[in-house]
Design a protein around this ligand. Structure first.
Ligand code: DAK
Length: 258
């Protein structure tokens, strides 16, 4: 499929999606979000893909939703059309691991899109912000909710009330990003991490993802029960048999992904 606003590549078992509207700092227009959803579903349905990277360019991951596109909307437009909701759910419904690789600006919807991914790897140039308050609005794609869960109430409140930028080091300290990588090695290191994940058993990866996500949605007792049942289920996979046999025989596992 050919796209106008994103570049889609396959690197062995890693699917790479680059947001590509450099003239608008990758502002997330409706058209871009539709294409992103299509690309993600393409990788989701491709049996050879086991991890996905979502990135932008050196200057911007994404500077937010497209302000010029939404500036003339009325309340009735936003409410009756359920404004942009549909196109923003695709990352959340992906069952394969999705890494956000953030260099430069991740602002507003850009920061929210990165937080919808499973984890964020940041270049030392990354800048995160929820600046919607400067536009007379508030975050609308999870900024007040996901940021609070990731960095705690105090910092999330300060970020959303002031709209200030948070650099990569602070974002790592606060728990927003899993790791900061030097900009000159950024994509190489990101692809290495994505490749490492793609080298595992796909059902195991999917079960891990479901369990970690469940931790944010439920009580500890229910989460532990959910994890225990998934753990038991993993003994029904061919890859459990193979993984443990390979360990005992001191060789690399040859995954079936079943
Ligand atoms: N939208 C549209 N165009 C944008 C843009 C944006 N968010 N950000 C930048 N651009 C465009 C600029 O207009 C400019 O275009 P031209 O004037 O050249 O045509 C070009 O990108 C380069 O930008 P600048 O000239 O401004 O570049 P600077 O280096 O001087 O400044 C900046 C960089 C990032 C500080 C600045 O561009 C900026 O402040 N941008 C706006 C950032 C922002 O406020 N983002 C939040 C937008 S609100 C929802 C889902 C999502 C959302 C809401 C609901 N649902 C699911 C319900 C999200 C809302 C938002 O993200």
């Amino acid at each position: 499929m050919s796209y106008k606003n994103i570049i889609v590549e396959t690197h062995d078992s890693v699917g790479l999606i680059r947001l590509n509207r450099p003239e608008a700092l990758n502002a997330l227009s409706s058209e871009l979000m539709i294409e992103l959803g299509q690309a993600l579903m393409g990788f989701e349905n491709d049996n050879t893909i086991r991890s996905i990277v979502l990135t932008g360019n050196e200057k911007a991951f994404a500077a937010g939703a497209d302000i010029k596109e939404m500036k003339d909307k009325t309340y009735m437009d936003a409410y009756t059309q359920d404004f942009i909701t549909d196109n923003w759910e695709a990352v959340m419904t992906c069952r394969k691991p999705v890494i956000a690789a953030v260099a430069g600006y991740a602002l507003g919807g850009g920061c929210e899109l990165a937080m919808m991914c499973d984890f964020i790897l940041a270049s030392d140039t990354a800048q995160f912000s929820q600046p919607e308050v400067n536009l007379g609005i508030l975050p609308g794609a999870g900024g007040t909710q996901r940021l609070t869960r990731l960095v705690g109430k105090s910092k999330a409140m300060e970020m959303c009330l002031t709209g200030r930028m948070m650099g990569a080091e602070e974002a790592e300290r606060a728990g927003l990003v899993s790791r900061v990588i030097q900009s000159d090695q950024f994509m190489e290191e990101v692809m290495k991490t994505a490749g490492k994940i793609a080298g595992k058993s796909l059902p195991a990866l999917m079960m891990v993802k479901e369990c970690v996500n469940r931790a944010l949605e439920t009580t500890l007792t229910e989460g532990l029960l959910f994890e225990r049942r998934q753990f038991h289920s993993s003994f029904a996979t061919m890859d459990q048999t193979e993984g443990m046999a390979a360990f005992a025989e001191k060789r690399k596992p040859d995954w079936n992904h079943k």
